[in-house]
Design a protein around this ligand. Structure first.
Ligand SMILES: [Zn+2]
Length: 469
């Protein structure tokens, strides 16, 4: 048996791991888009899988985020003929996210084609996949609820359990029984933060031999001094009440936006939410919010109780959902204090780019980064405190305040990861593979684990193979 780490190895995006059985059966765990390569795809580059897509028997999808699901339609286009197993909410969210990803890709390519024509090179760019591939991929999805065993064949079964990251996010336990020898793998997918808004805590694995764990926040400790709702109130009061400013919050459409709306709703119910306008400006976030509202039972007890008492998690006075592009553009002329929540979270693409561009020179504006920003993204550059920001071909001086909050983090921090790893078997496991983090983060976690007597931790390089005997 063999595991190959095809993506998210010593980096955060592009999750993709290949498990090959002695029988030749091949399981791909996640098939995500690598954000470092995304710009190349917008220029017409093709996705090169390090295996023949037609040789893959099944894909296990841990959750809907594009860095875990974004290359599935391309895999289908290039010959994958099997099924894709995920939870029911993941199936619904993946449809929205992949469609959105395809639209962004087409828009970017049109923009690049236009630029090429000006430069007298009128080559037609073709995208990495089209609507037909997308629809075919969606037809291949089969759903599996948490805590149910599902036999993929006579020697391999899978079981999803709560990862706590976003709605429907699963960690997957894979049991292989070949020639009378049983081996059990635990792939965490992306884990959620302990005690987070909306989602339940991640469930550690029981009875596994090998753990493949995300380590996004290895070496970092969440610095939230206040609860999520107190944190929001603090920034709203500073930016929109004590002065006539605006608070712009870049937030991922899936997960972060809903947690923020829910926290605002709590403040509203408590009678503490300042009477200003709150805009959610992201069609994708709005569609996603409907899916969250539909799957109330996937959320933690506190959210379920709130839902019962108030009839809704995400609908309340002062909250405006904006879908129309023109209404989004009109927000620029909204001179009253307001809060704008928009995607994408790393400020790469989506309507948030317009809001950042329109407000970056406004000394009365605060941009509150509420999630992880990978190196090289605009969100990351804003956080580095640059005096000028280059975007869309222009330099913009930065007069807006830029702050970061960990209160809404959708990943465990260093201590959360250690706790999870320990509770999943820790030192007694045959092997622990750290993935899904920048190198420095996984090295911090590895060295701390080593100090605690762990001798079984590996940091796989991209495409590194491990034989499991
Ligand atoms: Zn994720």
């Amino acid at each position: 048996m063999k595991i190959t780490f095809c993506g998210a190895a010593r980096q955060v995006t592009g999750s993709m791991h290949l498990l090959e059985l002695e029988s030749g059966y091949r399981v791909l765990i996640d098939c995500g888009l690598d954000y470092n390569q995304q710009k190349e795809f917008h220029r017409g580059a093709k996705v090169q899988f390090p295996f023949d897509p037609s040789s893959i028997d099944v894909v296990i999808l841990t959750h809907a985020h594009v860095d875990h699901s974004g290359n599935i339609p391309t895999l289908v286009r290039q010959g994958f003929g099997g099924k894709i197993v995920c939870t029911p909410p993941t199936a619904e969210l993946t449809r929205f996210l992949l469609l959105d990803s395809l639209k962004i890709m087409e828009m970017e390519m049109k923009r690049k084609e236009g630029n090429r024509r000006k430069g007298k090179k009128p080559n037609k760019l073709s995208s990495i996949y089209g609507y037909k591939d997308f629809e075919e991929a969606m037809d291949r999805l089969i759903t599996l609820h948490f805590n149910k065993d599902f036999d993929l064949n006579s020697s391999l079964s899978v079981r999803f359990q709560e990862a706590g990251h976003i709605l429907g996010a699963a960690s997957v336990k894979i049991t292989v029984d070949e020639k009378g020898k049983k081996t059990v793998f635990g792939f965490t997918g992306d884990l959620g933060n302990y005690g987070s808004k909306l989602m339940k805590d991640p469930t550690p694995f029981e009875g596994i031999n090998y753990l493949i764990s995300e380590s996004t926040y290895g070496g970092r400790v969440h610095q939230a001094k206040r609860s999520p709702e107190e944190e929001l109130l603090y920034y709203i009061e500073r930016t929109c009440v004590r002065q006539p400013g605006r608070l712009v919050i870049p937030a991922f459409s899936v997960g972060r936006t809903q947690a923020i709306i829910y926290a605002l709703h709590e403040l509203y119910v408590q009678g503490r939410l300042p009477e200003i306008r709150y805009f959610v400006d992201s069609p994708l976030a709005i569609r996603t919010t409907d899916v969250y509202a539909k799957y109330g039972e996937y959320m933690n007890e506190e959210s379920q109780r709130f839902l019962k008492q108030n009839g809704s998690l995400f609908e309340f006075e002062y909250m405006d959902y904006i879908t129309d592009k023109r209404d989004s553009e009109r927000l620029q002329d909204h001179y009253e204090p307001c809060v704008i929540i928009s995607a994408a979270g790393m400020v790469e693409g989506g309507r948030i780019q317009e809001h950042v561009r329109n407000n970056i020179g406004n000394g009365y504006c605060t941009i509150l980064i509420a999630g992880f920003c990978a190196e090289g993204t605009l969100g990351h550059r804003l956080l580095n405190g640059q005096g000028n920001i280059y975007m869309n071909g222009h330099d913009y001086p930065v007069f807006a305040q830029v702050h970061k909050t960990d209160a809404f983090s959708a990943h465990p921090d260093h201590y959360g990861l250690k706790r999870y790893i320990e509770e999943s078997g820790g030192k007694s496991l045959k092997g622990i593979f750290l993935v899904h983090a920048e190198e420095s983060s996984m090295m911090s976690l590895e060295s701390d684990l080593a100090l605690n007597g762990y001798e079984n931790v590996h940091l796989p390089e991209k495409l590194e193979e491990f034989m499991i005997i």
